[in-house]
Design a protein around this ligand. Sequence first.
Ligand SMILES: Nc1ncnc2c1ncn2[C@@H]1O[C@H](COP(=O)(O)OP(=O)(O)OP(=O)(O)O)[C@@H](O)[C@H]1O
Ligand SMILES: [Mg+2]
Length: 445
Amino acid sequence: MTASILVVDDVPGMQEILNHSLSGEGYRVATASSGEEALTRIEEHEFDVIVSDIVMPGVGGLEILEKARLLDPRVAVILMIGYATIDTAIAALRSGACDYLEKPFPLDELKVRVRRLIQLRNELWKGRLQQRALQPRPDGPILIGESAPMRLVRDQIAKSARARSNVLITGESGTGKELVARELHAGSARRAQAFVAVNCGAIPEALLESQLFGHVRGAFTTAVHANPGLFAVASGGTLFLDEIGELPFALQVKLLRVIEERHVWPVGATRPVPVDVRLIASTNRDLGQEVTAGRFREDLFYRLNVVRLELPLLRERRGDIPLLVDHLVQRLNAKLGTVVLGVEREALRALISHPWRGNVRELENVLERAMVLGDGELISLQDLPGSLTASEGGHLTDLREAVRQFERQHLMNVLAETGCDKREAAQLLGISLASLYRKLNAIDN
Ligand SMILES: Nc1ncnc2c1ncn2[C@@H]1O[C@H](COP(=O)(O)OP(=O)(O)OP(=O)(O)O)[C@@H](O)[C@H]1O
Ligand SMILES: [Mg+2]
């Protein structure tokens, strides 16, 4: 398949030269004479490579880069820069541009760079797909996200992983709290030891104490065997106390004592057992508020909240959605035995716009459903649940899309009202019958 290239330059002569020379190499070339036009083009078509001037009146090359990456993380970008913009370009390279050319440059150099980028891009993505499809997933947790809030999280993980300090991870449901806890363990000196997760909300109160701290044989009627308890199992490693906000008050006192004394009292024991665990707790509640309300002990809160990691909502880092989708699709392929390659452009757009109240977990569920029900290599808009494609479904990325969706909904309403009488609908809408047909066609496509 021939690669398609978008050339963006506000100087018409430059556009022509680049177009001519790249078409001559057999590529399909489209041109845009402004950043705004380029944005329209990348919304309408998928390009393999974008060659863009960095400085243009209005929308510049960096903005194009950002938007293009959001729609398709695979796109390769070459920025054409002047001497004065070298620093900006280098910053852009770090943010994921692929290459830059300093003006003036020989056309042959451009051709070489384009060819190399396409090759690299294909290898990179083909390699990734094959690697992920053929091999079981690497064991370690993989936290995806290049957005500023995720970089901050990763930075905090890197800084706090090696310390022994207790960590409190907060964030709404599905934001990746458990994944981050595993990352912290994997990055710590304790990584070779156990990582033990306990869901404090899922175990009945009567059982939780002996589950956590253990019990001796005969401690209570059903205690036929001794149980060392999860603290002992995690000794040397990490104990993850999930949903710590659910921990009953009586156990909060006992947990506090364990933290302070560094040993546990198994139920029925006459002697304490020393333990060495790192505690990571997580909650989707506002623990500070729980403290104020008298439901959570303040002293325990301070003990747990030594390092705080606050996970961002998915809708606060929409830029990560394409990367996450790619990652989750590959992971689900391994789980479901499917060979889905990715997501169609329209569907990706819907995924980017959705409010994601259930965060990454909801995204994962939506993809899994689409992969089970769909039958193509790519997930399409039809494979997504109605709530994602309906106009009220989301917070829209751009005005044009919002208008388009509103228009579609409005047309459908008017058609329904008129019993699908197009002539009457056109009259009500105050447009010609021909333009109604045009609009309806546009919706169908
Ligand atoms: N940044 C991320 N990169 C890759 N996968 C992620 C990321 N965040 C979450 N996930 C995935 O989303 C799913 C939910 O994550 P996780 O269980 O860690 O969330 P949680 O905050 O503990 O949710 P809950 O409050 O519902 O227990 C998991 O399958 C996890 O692997
Ligand atoms: Mg969880």
